[in-house]
Design a protein around this ligand. Structure first.
Ligand code: ADP
Ligand code: MG
Length: 253
């Protein structure tokens, strides 16, 4: 700590305070994250020392070739999976210190997730699927909110359909509505427009960015869609499990 003149001390305190304020604003801190899978008796490292952080309201896309670790990284950041080493701090909470139960509570409170494979519950209708996260949190009027969201994604006449009665693109939109239902602070979406035609894709994009604008939701999107990547304020490019580029906007800009 600097000694001597009071103004020197004040400036030191000011600087320290500023650092803390910046830290407080960070909703996601990823530090030296690695993930290794055991394949037979060989270790396969799919993610190596990935670090980045995001502030509240940021929008970020993660791009890279198939197999580069995008889905793995997303799952670790959202607390769906545990890293081999490194840290994920979500809203100031170090996920590595939590039990499975605590982790589930943190996810339910702060996180929305759209899986690449949708992961809808086969025995529930579209509207019931969307209501699940809201019911887990005992939200008021989950039915109303679910209906409103399904209408927004153009599925007002599919509320009572089961997942097997829906096309791939329709299932994807149900999965999106489900991820939005609790107005999450962070929304992770794995190729959210991957199965959609241009028109529906545009609707889903609007929904994502509306959520970001209206609620300050931090968006983290894995995408192969350059249009979508261009709309986010930051693009992280993965290759072989490492960040090879971290740039504002789309990497071709
Ligand atoms: P991306 O989403 O970029 O296509 P993934 O994160 O799904 O890539 O996968 C990265 C690599 O990790 C791939 O080579 C994949 O085969 C491997 N991988 C993913 N999950 C597992 C697992 N559960 N066990 C072993 N290897 C896995
Ligand atoms: Mg993937």
């Amino acid at each position: 700590m600097p000694s001597g003149r009071p103004e020197a001390r004040n400036s030191w305190i000011g600087k320290r305070y500023k650092q803390l304020a910046v830290k407080r604003n960070q909703v996601l801190e990823v530090e030296a994250l690695t993930k290794t899978y055991l394949s037979g008796n060989r270790e396969l490292r799919v993610l190596g020392e990935v670090s980045f952080s995001l502030e509240a309201g940021d929008t970020c896309s993660i791009i890279g070739p198939s197999g580069s670790g995008k889905t793995t990284l997303l799952g670790l950041c959202a607390g769906l999976d545990r890293p081999s080493s490194g840290r994920v701090v979500l809203n100031g909470i170090d996920l590595g210190r939590l039990s499975e139960e605590e982790l589930a509570r943190v996810r339910s409170q702060y996180v929305g997730f759209v899986f690449q494979t949708f992961q809808l519950i086969a025995t529930l209708t579209a509207i019931e699927n969307v209501m699940v996260p809201a019911e887990l949190r005992s939200e008021r009027a989950p039915h109303e909110r679910a209906r409103e969201l399904l209408t927004k994604v153009g599925l007002h006449d599919r509320l009572k359909h089961y997942p097997t009665q829906l096309s791939g693109g329709e299932q994807q939109r149900v999965a999106l509505a489900r991820a939005f239902v609790n107005r999450p602070q962070l929304l992770f979406a794995d190729e959210p427009t991957g199965n959609l035609d241009m028109e529906t894709s545009a609707t889903v994009e609007e929904l994502l960015f509306d959520l970001n604008q209206e609620n300050g939701t931090t968006l983290i999107l894995v995408t192969h869609n350059p249009e979508l990547a261009r709309r986010t304020s930051r693009t992280i490019t993965l290759r072989g499990g490492e960040i090879v580029l971290d740039s504002p906007g789309s990497p071709d800009h």
